[in-house]
Design a protein around this ligand. Structure first.
Ligand code: APR
Length: 251
């Protein structure tokens, strides 16, 4: 059962925010049918993360692509934004938040209309050549033969997602820290805060004075350390309640 007093407190903080920023993880997309990575039904309980490790991918691109195509490309294209993505987009339209920083590669924030969206771990919507770095939109990829190859140099194409042991894209990382430093209200939705360096961004927001609102079905590593208001519930339930209090559906 949602704590209505805390929800009202959070809504007031968001309503009066000078520079609100949202930070999301896999939990916001679970109700769009995309499994989270950790927890009871987590993807990493079913699939070996090695297929998403960059050195393994370079050595055995076919084996990696077979798994990646099944998990992401056969499923994500049908996924739709849920009410949480839509409420964040409306918060952006109303000026309650200025940006969305996401660890997700599912493109659902952009699909819901949020902008700007800083994709810390890249996107499945683009492929990049591991030889010449040419980039191709997903629509140009031919998955009949795996691994897909580059139209320029015939090198192997990789999803433009950050694999394990790969660095976070410089631009997304730089902008995300800038947003965190500017934020006076920072809304964390559906992340368990395990992955570095993404998990240092909410800490930066806290250090530079932001009030932290966290939405999760269970406490994360942030909850006891930086969170000011913990809204314990499913993202869609909490975001619907916040949307009602902020009259987001009336515009
Ligand atoms: N509503 C809100 N929170 C939810 C919901 C929901 N319906 N369902 C799950 N959660 C929470 C879980 O309690 C957990 O804290 O979402 C979080 C999901 O955690 P992870 O699966 O670890 O996802 P995330 O934190 O985004 O992982 C970060 O790890 O493997 C890498 O690159 C991958 O971007 C990913 C990164």
């Amino acid at each position: 059962m949602l704590d209505s007093k805390l929800i009202r407190e959070a809504a007031e903080l968001i309503r009066h925010s000078r520079y609100g920023v949202a930070f999301t993880g896999a939990g916001i997309s679970v109700e769009s049918g995309i499994p989270a990575f950790r927890g009871a039904d987590g993807l990493w309980n079913k699939v070996d993360p090695i297929y998403f490790e960059i050195d393994f991918f370079r050595k055995k691109p076919y084996q990696s692509w077979k798994v990646i195509k099944e998990i992401f490309y056969d499923k994500l294209s049908d996924a739709e934004p849920n009410i949480s993505h839509h409420m964040l987009a409306k918060m952006g339209e109303r000026g309650f938040i200025e940006s969305v920083i996401t660890q997700n590669i599912d493109h659902l924030h952009s699909k819901a209309g949020s902008k700007p969206v800083y994709e810390l771990h890249g996107t499945y919507k683009q492929l990049v050549c591991i030889e010449c770095q040419s980039e191709f939109d997903l629509n140009f990829a031919n998955f009949d033969f795996l691994p897909p190859t580059c139209y320029v140099c015939k090198g192997i194409l990789k999803p433009d997602m950050v694999f394990f042991n790969e660095p976070i894209p410089h631009f997304a990382k730089k902008r995300s820290f800038e947003q965190a430093e500017k934020a006076d209200v920072f809304i964390i939705i559906g992340t368990n805060a395990e992955v570095f360096p993404a998990n240092t961004i909410p800490v930066k927001a806290k250090e530079t004075g932001a009030k932290i609102i966290e939405i999760n079905i269970e406490p994360s590593q942030f909850t006891e350390s930086i969170t000011d208001i913990f809204l314990n519930g499913k993202a869609t339930e909490v975001m619907s309640a916040l949307g009602a209090l902020l009259y987001l559906d009336d515009y």
